[in-house]
Write a protein that binds this ligand. Structure first.
Ligand SMILES: Cc1cc2nc3c(=O)[nH]c(=O)nc-3n(C[C@H](O)[C@H](O)[C@H](O)COP(=O)(O)O)c2cc1C
Length: 354
């Protein structure tokens, strides 16, 4: 019951609260205009792959909801949006349906609304390996996201307080399920040390889930009527910085998804240029569906997708792979942070297509 009302409160407060206050960091990343793009609009290909799964669009509607009868319609609409736009979609944490199978319908609706789309299951890292299998089967998922959210939990009065043993829990899930495991943060980011550890246990993709977008510390504070200190509410690794950290540590072994405050088509292009294979967006999809309805939201995404292609043309990138060799200049705080972490940003600014 607490879980069900929490789902509704998350939807409510995510609509009410703004992004941040910490930034996602994309403002420090600059693509360089190419006045001789040497390619045709019709040849630009935005398709990509995550953990061996082909995605027609480089945008994933990140995990949002499920688990209560009242949110079944939200999931149906998100799935319909995904079907019409070609974006892939993750459902919200399925723990509610593991505890109470009558809640499964609020997730299954996604597969019915989008029978052939790419859909990801979602559970927390404490879930039992059998529960992960069950979550995948529940919606015929092509992969499962395992979320990490220590920041959110410790603000929630009813949240978890023991985060020990998560790495071996996730390893057991990796061994148990027949689909790739994507580990994701929900807004505090993943750094290079943890990325290395996750590679070591066989996860296939990492979604960096950094600061700058939907802020679950702020949402939990609003739910619990807590006055969170500004330092606490800004906690985490900015998304663009986390993306560089994880790409530089782990991209040869896993696919990197970039999420947390990805808001514009240019943010997506920068995320892919850093080396991500796709970008995840949650809050804005929900807000746009609520404000503009399904047709308006689909039109919003069509314009968004067109702008992704426009920016690709303007940097001379025919496909996602080309974006990784397009020059990307890193300035300001992000450059200083990355230098301090031993990551050379000049390599991004001076690279060329081979
Ligand atoms: C209402 C709401 C509920 C969410 N529930 C989940 C969840 O169950 N599991 C999860 O991994 N992430 C969940 N998230 C987090 C998103 O997947 C995403 O990581 C986060 O919102 C940052 O992306 P954004 O800035 O584009 O919103 C939720 C987000 C929203 C807005």
């Amino acid at each position: 019951m607490i879980r069900q009302s929490r789902k509704l409160e998350h939807l409510k407060y995510s609509m009410l609260l703004d992004d941040g206050p910490a930034a996602a960091g994309f403002a420090d990343f600059h693509m360089v205009h190419n006045c001789l793009p040497d390619l045709a609009w019709r040849d630009i290909d935005v398709s990509t792959t995550v953990a061996g799964i082909t995605l027609p669009q480089p945008v994933i509607i990140n995990a949002i909801t499920g688990g209560a009868a009242d949110v079944t319609n939200v999931n149906r609409e998100l799935a319909e949006f995904a079907r019409q736009t070609g974006a892939s979609m993750a459902v919200g944490s399925q723990y509610a349906a593991i505890e109470d199978p009558s809640a499964a319908e609020s997730y299954k609706v996604v597969r019915r609304a989008n029978p052939s789309g790419v859909v990801f299951a979602n559970l927390g890292a404490h879930a039992a390996p059998d529960a992960a299998r069950c979550a995948v089967d529940m919606i015929g998922a092509q992969a499962i996201q395992i979320h990490l959210n220590a920041g959110q939990e410790i603000i929630m009065s009813e949240g978890d307080r023991d985060f020990s043993g998560y790495l071996s829990h996730i390893e057991a899930i990796v061994k148990k399920v027949d689909v790739p495991v994507i580990v994701k943060e929900v807004g505090c980011g993943i750094g290079r040390e943890q990325a290395k550890a996750l590679v070591g246990i066989g996860v296939k993709a990492i979604d960096v889930g950094g600061t700058g977008g939907t802020n679950f510390l702020a949402i939990e504070a609003a739910r619990g009527r807590l006055n969170l200190d500004a330092e606490m509410v800004s906690w985490g690794i900015p998304t663009a910085i986390a993306a560089v950290e994880v790409v530089s540590e782990a991209a040869s072994a896993v696919d990197v998804v970039v999420s947390g405050g990805v808001r514009t088509p240019l943010d997506v292009v920068k995320a892919l240029s850093i080396g991500g294979v796709a970008a995840g967006i949650a809050g804005p999809v929900l807000k746009t569906l609520r404000r503009k309805g399904l047709d308006g939201a689909v039109r919003w995404y069509e314009n968004f997708a067109t702008d992704i292609k426009r920016f690709m043309l303007l940097v001379g990138a025919q496909n996602i792979n080309d974006l990784r060799s397009a020059p990307l200049v890193v300035t300001g705080f992000s450059r200083e942070w990355l230098a301090a972490r031993g990551i050379d940003t000049v390599q991004f600014a001076t690279r060329k297509k081979t």
